[in-house]
Design a protein around this ligand. Structure first.
Ligand SMILES: NC(=O)c1ccc[n+]([C@@H]2O[C@H](COP(=O)([O-])OP(=O)(O)OC[C@H]3O[C@@H](n4cnc5c(N)ncnc54)[C@H](OP(=O)(O)O)[C@@H]3O)[C@@H](O)[C@H]2O)c1
Length: 262
């Protein structure tokens, strides 16, 4: 049955940034299709909430507090996962993001912090987990990128450049670890999460963004979670090194504000 290839029965998945937004949506979707999930983020109550929904739906879930910017905390995350579940099949590098900042006001420090958060942390968690995937049945890594990795927009130089690097790191790792570990990314369009909420409060920003989106609405976390299940389950076993655009059909940025004068 085709539907069976979308199941992740008894796979063990780590999802970073699983306390809210896209990460929570992905973690809960993984639980629904049969995976045991390790939910990682800094705020304990939020990841515990995600984990408890997964447990209620019948799968095992662990809430592990972790700041992905710190290697030793990623090492502890991996060790805790192995101690509890004995294997790692899937990793979603979802925690990321950078506040907008005009190019001339973007300090070297801010630029490097953006790169560390969006790219280096994903490399480190991949390095720490791939050997365990190779020891067992192989695995899949999914990096959460952004439409701004390929669309241009003022005041997003740090964020967009970091996500563009994440895209190419995805291709590089996919090439190095095929066929046993697949590595893909989703270039996410504008999704209604708390990260976007403060901006949506601005005068008719939602209406303007919807007008610039061919599918006529902002994305929901489920739109990304469904793609995440595809890219990490056997359904995509012939897919690696790809940046899959899930963005309501946009072919340019649908961000309507010019923040270059911030
Ligand atoms: N929302 C969008 O429209 C959109 C568009 C394109 C791409 N994306 C990408 O999608 C990903 C998720 O975005 P989102 O909108 O879902 O964000 P969000 O709603 O703000 O949630 C972010 C999650 O990441 C966690 N997190 C933040 N900093 C962390 C750190 N240093 N270490 C570990 N966890 C951390 C947060 O929890 P704590 O604060 O408790 O750690 C939270 O659970 C990001 O990579 C973002 O760039 C989002």
């Amino acid at each position: 049955m085709i539907l069976d290839s979308f199941r992740m029965t008894d796979m063990v998945a780590i999802v970073t940034g699983a306390g809210r937004g896209i990460g929570r949506g992905i973690a809960q979707a993984f639980g629904e299709v049969g995976a045991d999930v390790v939910c990682a983020a800094r705020t304990a109550e939020q990841i515990e909430e995600t984990a408890s929904v997964i447990r209620k739906n019948g799968r095992r879930a662990l809430a592990h507090t972790c700041d992905v910017n710190h290697r030793e905390q990623l090492e502890q995350l991996v060790q805790h996962t192995l101690d509890e579940f004995g294997r790692i099949d899937v990793v979603v590098n979802n925690a990321g993001g950078t506040m907008p900042s005009p190019a001339l006001k973007t300090s070297e420090r801010m630029f490097e912090e953006s790169f560390h958060f969006n790219v280096t942390s994903a490399l480190v968690l991949s390095q720490l987990t791939i050997p365990h995937m190779l020891e067992k049945d192989g695995g899949a890594i999914l990096n959460i990128s952004s439409g701004l990795s390929h669309f241009v927009e003022k005041a997003f130089v740090a964020y967009g450049t970091s996500k563009a690097a994440l895209n190419h790191m995805t291709r590089m790792l996919a090439h190095e670890f095929a066929p046993r570990v697949r590595v893909n990314a989703i270039a996410v369009g504008s999704i209604e999460t708390e990260a976007l909420a403060p901006f949506l409060a601005e005068a008719d920003l939602r209406g303007k963004m919807e007008a610039l989106t061919p599918m006529g609405r902002l994305g929901k976390v489920e739109d990304i979670a469904q793609a995440a299940v595809y890219l990490t389950s056997p359904a995509s076993s012939w897919v690696t090194g790809k940046i899959v655009e899930v963005d309501g059909g946009t072919i340019a940025s649908n961000w309507p504000l010019d923040l270059s004068g911030m």
